[in-house]
Design a protein around this ligand. Structure first.
Ligand code: FES
Length: 150
């Protein structure tokens, strides 16, 4: 991990406005932005640790812990709500064994809210490991969980 952080900091160090692109690169490389990377990033970009920490914690897209093996993002926006998103969310919480906005302690799956995936006519919608799933219902949810041996 340290070598990769050093390499990425060096790649961005002389660029203006480097912090966000660097943080995105770190997350792309490691799957998250470890707290241990903050001092090296701050030093490399001549920023304070507090500045770097503030940006990492301000933007919800940055993870500070390793991602779960599988990520289910359920749409909570209006059109999906009108098509039964709340019921399928309750079922996902029960079937996957994880609360909304959390990852299971075993790291197998995380359940996250999203607010519109641009597929409103075919809700309720989800992104499952980056792949859109429309008309999510009990059978599809069960097939997804079974496919992961959950
Ligand atoms: S409201 Fe769910 S995809 Fe748009």
């Amino acid at each position: 991990m340290t070598d990769e952080i050093v390499r990425l900091v060096a790649l961005h160090a002389d660029r203006r406005g480097a912090l966000l692109p660097l943080l995105h690169d770190v997350q792309a490389a490691l799957g998250y932005v470890p707290d241990e990377a903050v001092p090296a990033i701050a030093h490399g970009l001549n920023l304070s640790r507090a500045e770097v920490h503030g940006v990492v914690t301000f933007y919800h897209d940055f993870r500070r812990v390793p991602p779960a093996r599988h990520v289910v993002k359920l749409c909570r926006a209006e059109a999906c709500q009108a098509r039964g998103a709340a019921a399928i969310e309750n079922e996902a919480v029960r079937r996957l064994g994880v609360a909304m906005g959390q990852a299971r302690p075993d790291g197998e799956v995380a359940l996250e809210p999203v607010y519109c995936l641009g597929l409103c006519a075919t809700g309720p919608n989800a992104m499952v490991d980056g792949r859109p799933v429309s008309r999510l219902d009990s059978a599809r949810l069960e097939a997804i969980a079974a496919g992961w041996a959950l």
